[in-house]
Ligand binder design. Structure first.
Ligand SMILES: Cc1ncc(COP(=O)(O)O)c(C=O)c1O
Length: 436
């Protein structure tokens, strides 16, 4: 059907689209539209798909739980899938002691902010209420999440209603100022963070994505940067809050990215791949130090003032448990580490394309930054241009600004990774005239 304006698509200029391919079925790594066209899911259906589509173990977990109990709240009650999942998450997440479930990544980050602010409040430090963040970070589209992940291009329309944060520069390996080398830039970022945190005892928390900024265009932190920020936070009594919604659960090649980075966060959020990409669900975890501060007599009002209707939904929790079981059973993380080499070894092929400015890669994440010297001619969004060309080569893309994202389902086969890379090269070649 043409002009589907009755259905509002996310972050989309609706006038650019006459119609959207209608997906009717999923088959492994492929999405199939109503005309039978197959698209390789190059972005894991917005970075959440782990096993591909129609994975029988996950479907069965949903069916089995649906027949038993579809939903009962965690208000006054508990349910087995939520309890088992909380235990499992704590087992794999060092130093964490308590889990709060929610519906999506943005809400998981809202909860992280509320826990951090209320923690200090519970201890009587009411003026310790500033939040520090990194420039270019992204934590979701709700108001708190937009405030801590303020990207002007996305959120300037709402600026007046967002709370202000302390934003610090983030190290990067590309577009560096002239005559500045990467390490100097990183040291300068760290110096500024330490200088502020050592001089301002009203900072409640430092919030950042763990391992890499993804929506900010794939910016992989240099080794030890995250750990250095973590140490500064500990030194100056600032809570360290990590967002692993896009980067945990294997995306960067590790199950728990903060463990890999030798970090000790006070609060961490997971989402996206937690259910294998089949149902919306997220979790915010805290240490004992944090959760203990919420205990007290009822009249002291120290309990967490937060809750969602579907917090701890048993279907989503059962699904997440089955998903985690499959990670163990198939040794997925070890497999990702091997598969990631294919992306690494073929990265040079992208550099050979004349409209490619930079390629950034870690684990099963790659960002290919395009140089667009002709934005006047490309009045359409780069996303639309790349999507249309990608469709000709049977790949589903969703770009972020000028960055073509390769974020495939984690269990993608070697053959399909190579197909994805071949299709991406053809796609970039196909659009290069428009960008030159
Ligand atoms: C790092 C990070 N945090 C939070 C979110 C928000 O998650 P959701 O879209 O599920 O609300 C995202 C989404 O892309 C993300 O990448």
């Amino acid at each position: 059907m043409k002009n589907q304006n009755y259905l509002w698509h996310p972050n989309t200029q609706m006038s650019e689209w006459n119609e959207f391919p209608k997906i009717v079925r999923g088959d492994g790594m492929w999405l199939i539209d109503e005309d039978g066209n197959r698209l390789l899911d190059g972005v894991a259906s917005m970075w959440c798909n782990v096993w591909g589509h129609s994975k029988s173990e996950l479907i069965n977990a949903i069916i089995k739980q649906t027949k038993k109990l579809q939903h009962s709240p965690l208000f006054n009650l508990t349910n087995e899938p939520s309890e088992l999942l909380a235990k499992k998450l704590l087992k794999i997440s060092p130093n964490m002691a308590q889990v709060f479930f929610s519906d999506n990544g943005s809400t998981a980050m809202e909860i992280a902010i509320k826990i951090a602010l209320q923690y200090w409040n519970n201890l009587g430090f009411n003026n310790k209420n500033k939040i520090a963040t990194l420039e270019n970070g992204y934590h979701g589209d709700t108001f708190g999440a937009m405030s801590i992940g303020y990207v002007p291009e996305f959120f300037s329309k709402f600026r007046s209603k967002l709370f202000s944060t302390l934003q610090f520069k983030v190290p990067r390996s590309y577009n560096l100022p002239k005559n500045v080398i990467e390490k100097e830039f990183e040291n300068d970022c760290i110096k500024k963070i330490e200088s502020k945190l050592s001089n301002d005892n009203t900072i409640a928390a430092f919030v950042m994505e763990s391992g890499a900024q993804v929506a900010g265009g794939v910016n992989i932190y240099p080794k030890n940067f995250q750990k250095r920020v973590n140490s500064i936070c500990k030194k100056y009594n600032v809570l360290f809050v990590l967002d692993e919604i896009a980067t945990g659960f294997g995306r960067l090649g590790s199950m728990i990215e903060y463990k890999k980075q030798n970090c000790n966060p006070d609060i961490v959020s997971f989402g996206k791949m937690l259910t294998g990409g089949y149902l919306t669900f997220a979790a915010t975890l805290t240490t004992k130090k944090i959760s203990n501060s919420f205990l007290g007599e009822f009249y002291e009002s120290k309990h967490l003032f937060h809750g969602h209707t579907y917090t701890g939904n048993p279907i989503a929790a059962s699904l997440a448990l089955e998903n985690l079981k499959l990670y163990d059973k198939t040794k997925l993380i070890q497999k990702i580490q091997k598969k990631s080499k294919i992306l690494e070894n073929r990265a040079n092929e992208f550099y050979e394309l004349d409209v490619v400015g930079d390629v950034r890669h870690k684990g099963m994440l790659m960002g290919i930054e395009l140089i667009n010297n002709n934005s006047a001619k490309t009045r359409k969004s780069i996303n639309k241009i790349v999507f249309e060309e990608g469709k000709k080569h049977n790949i589903f893309f969703r770009t972020l600004g000028n960055v073509v994202m390769l974020v495939p389902p984690l269990a993608i086969s070697n053959t399909e990774i190579n197909l994805l890379i071949d299709g991406t090269i053809k796609t970039i070649n196909g659009i290069s005239k428009m960008l030159k």
